[in-house]
Write a protein that binds this ligand. Structure first.
Ligand SMILES: Nc1nc2c(ncn2[C@@H]2O[C@H](COP(=O)(O)OP(=O)(O)O)[C@@H](O)[C@H]2O)c(=O)[nH]1
Ligand SMILES: [Mg+2]
Ligand SMILES: [Zn+2]
Length: 323
C-alpha cells in the first residue's frame, strides 16, 4: 500500500483482481465500475510498475497471475498499472528448477484444482491425472477428478474408485447426455477452482454446460499445435452464477514437476505416503529396497498397480528433467 501511495501522481488507488493474462498483458477487473473509464467500465489492461517488476522471470511479462488481488492506478483509456499485489491466500505452483530463481506460480487464491480428463478420445490417462494430483498436493490444494465423455464408454474407468478411496472428489460427466453436469456445478459452486487437463478432453464444453451463456470456444486446435513453440497461452478467471469462479489455466505443459527432490515424491501420493513409514529404511525409494512396505503393498494389492506405475513414471521423468 505504501508503494501505491508513494508512486501515484494521478489519482485514486482502485482495488481489483487479475482476471486474464495473455499476450496482450494483464487484465484487471476492478471491484467497482468507474465513471472515468471508457463506458464507465471496470476493467483495465495493466502493466506492473515499481518494485514488483523485479520479481518477474525472463519471458514473464508480469509477476501477477490470474486470481491475484491488486491495487491499480488508471493511466488513461482502458490502461492502468499495478502498484501492489496483495498477499496470496493460496498458490498453485510447480517446483522450480535450480536454474530458475523465482517460484513458478500458475494461479493465485484458488481453493481447488479440477483435473479434467476424458474416458475416451483422448484415451483415459491416469498417469497424467496422478502427475497433476502430485502438483496439487505439492501446493497444498484440494483436488477434484473430473472424467468427461462418459457417453463414449460402457463403464466409467475403474481407476475412479481408487481416487474416491483416496478422498478426492470425483465426478463422471458427459456433455452429450448431460450426466454429472449438475454434480459438477455443485462442486464448483462457492469455490475458486483451477480447471486443467489436456486439450480436447472437453474443459470448455463442460464449463459451457455448467453455465449457459458462457460461450467458450469448443474444439480449439491451436492449443494442441502450440506445443513446442513457446506460444503464450491465455489464463482466465470466470465468475460463476452459482457463486465462486473457475480459473482456466494455460497449457498442461506447465504442470512439470522439475526440480522436486525425488525423496519428496512419495509424499505427494496419498496412498504411498500412508504406507511408506512402514518401510525398513527411512530413505526408501520404494523401487527395489528389501523390506519396502510399498512394494509389498503392490504385491498384495493394497496399492493399486496404476498408482505405483504413475509413481515410477514420475520418478523417471525427474531423471530426464533439468535440475
Ligand atoms: N462425445 C463427447 N464429446 C465431447 C464431450 N465434451 C466435449 N466433447 C467434444 O470434444 C472436443 C473438445 O472439446 P473442448 O471443450 O474444446 O475441449 P477442451 O480443449 O478441453 O476445452 C469437441 O469436439 C467437443 O464437442 C462429451 O462429453 N462427449
Ligand atoms: Mg478449451
Ligand atoms: Zn519403501
Amino acid at each position: 500500500m505504501s508503494a501505491a501511495r508513494r508512486q501515484d501522481p494521478h489519482g485514486p488507488a482502485w482495488t481489483g483482481r487479475v482476471v486474464r493474462l495473455d499476450a496482450r498483458g494483464c487484465l484487471v477487473r476492478l471491484d467497482e465500475a468507474h465513471d472515468e473509464l471508457p463506458g464507465a467500465g471496470n476493467e483495465l489492461w495493466c502493466a506492473v510498475r515499481g518494485r514488483h517488476y523485479r520479481g518477474a522471470r525472463p519471458g514473464q511479462k508480469t509477476p501477477a497471475v490470474v486470481g491475484d488481488r491488486v491495487v491499480v492506478h488508471w493511466s488513461g483509456e482502458d490502461r492502468g498499472a499495478i502498484d501492489h499485489l496483495e498477499p496470496r491466500r493460496t498458490t498453485l505452483s510447480r517446483p522450480s528448477t535450480r536454474r530458475e530463481r523465482v517460484e513458478h506460480v500458475m494461479a493465485a487464491n484458488a481453493d481447488r484444482v479440477a483435473i479434467v480428463s476424458a474416458a475416451a478420445d483422448p484415451i483415459f490417462n491416469p498417469a497424467l491425472v496422478d502427475r497433476i494430483l502430485a502438483v496439487v498436493e505439492f501446493s497444498h490444494l484440494d483436488a477434484i477428478v473430473v472424467v468427461n465423455k462418459l457417453d463414449l464408454v460402457d463403464e466409467e474407468p475403474e481407476e475412479l474408485d481408487v481416487y474416491r478411496e483416496l478422498g478426492y472428489a470425483v465426478v463422471a460427466t458427459s456433455v452429450v447426455d448431460g450426466r454429472g453436469i449438475e454434480a459438477l456445478r455443485d462442486e464448483l459452486a462457492g469455490r475458486v477452482t483451477v480447471v486443467t487437463g489436456h486439450s480436447g478432453v472437453g474443459k470448455s464444453s463442460l464449463l459451457n454446460a455448467v453455465q449457459g451463456g458462457l460461450g467458450l470456444a469448443v474444439g480449439d486446435v491451436n492449443e494442441v499445435t502450440g506445443r513446442g513453440t513457446h506460444t503464450t497461452t491465455a489464463s482466465t478467471w470466470v465468475d460463476l452464477d452459482v457463486g465462486g469462479a473457475v480459473i482456466d489455466t494455460a497449457g498442461i505443459r506447465e504442470f512439470g514437476l522439475f526440480g522436486i527432490p525425488k525423496r519428496e515424491v512419495p509424499w505427494l501420493f496419498r496412498d504411498i505416503a500412508k504406507i511408506a513409514p512402514e518401510c525398513r529404511y527411512p530413505d526408501c525409494s520404494h523401487t527395489h529396497e528389501p523390506g519396502c512396505a510399498v512394494l509389498i503393498a503392490v504385491e498384495d494389492g493394497r496399492l493399486a498397480d496404476f498408482r505405483f506405475d504413475s509413481y515410477l513414471k514420475l520418478l523417471e521423468s525427474l531423471d530426464e528433467a533439468p535440475q
